[in-house]
Design a protein around this ligand. Structure first.
Ligand SMILES: [Zn+2]
Length: 204
């Protein structure tokens, strides 16, 4: 067995960073040594306090599951918004993208992912049940399914359609106009395209 020549604290950070998506052990080591050697002595401490604050101050909105420091979130609390219109998205960043388009004035529901058999993500791993309950108890006029134009996004949309249809047709079910490139994530779509996709939404 190789001797562990790194101090435990260094190895610990490398291990933690390596657990993040898209960061292998090489990148984790590079980042760790960057922070270790950084001339700005505050940098590592700033990062550490940002991480701590992230967990201490933010939570999911108990209504829409968007990230928020106050529950309910600003969107859910906003009485100026159309309370009978709700848009279902995969990630909190999708909410930001849609807000930037300025083409939407309804509420949201954030699933926190998409159904992906390959990655072992099933409906129960997402915030789908709270949404079904929210719709069943609510009085929505229209539900926009705005999952990503990917395989996972599409299967999530189909699953939602099935579940929502079972509630009876009290609301209109729509999806974004597919001006969006196939395989594209909502969060990377520019606001003009997204605005058009929202305005041109189609009934399912
Ligand atoms: Zn909310």
């Amino acid at each position: 067995m190789a001797t562990n020549v790194l101090p435990r604290s260094v190895q610990r950070l490398i291990n933690e960073l390596a657990r993040l998506p898209g960061i292998g052990s090489k990148t984790a080591s590079r980042l760790t040594f960057f922070l270790l050697r950084s001339a700005d002595s505050n940098q590592a401490l700033e990062l550490s306090s940002a991480l701590q604050e992230l967990k201490e101050k933010t939570r999911f909105c108990s209504i829409c599951y968007h990230i928020t420091e106050e529950d309910p979130c600003d969107v859910c609390k906003d009485a100026e918004r159309n309370q009978r219109l709700v848009c279902v998205v995969e990630e909190p960043l999708d909410v930001l993208a849609i807000e930037r388009s300025r083409a939407y004035n309804g509420l949201y529901h954030v699933l926190h992912g998409a159904i992906s058999p390959v990655e072992g993500v099933g409906p129960d791993d997402l915030y789908i049940e709270p949404f079904i309950t929210r719709v069943a108890n609510g009085d929505f006029e229209e539900i926009i399914i705005a999952t990503n134009a990917t395989l996972e996004g599409d299967s999530t949309a189909r699953y939602l359609e099935r579940r929502l249809a079972a509630l009876g047709g009290r609301f209109r079910l729509t999806s974004l106009a597919r001006g969006l490139a196939v395989g594209s994530d909502l969060e990377y779509t520019d606001e003009v395209t997204l605005g058009r996709a929202l305005q041109g939404r189609q009934s399912l």
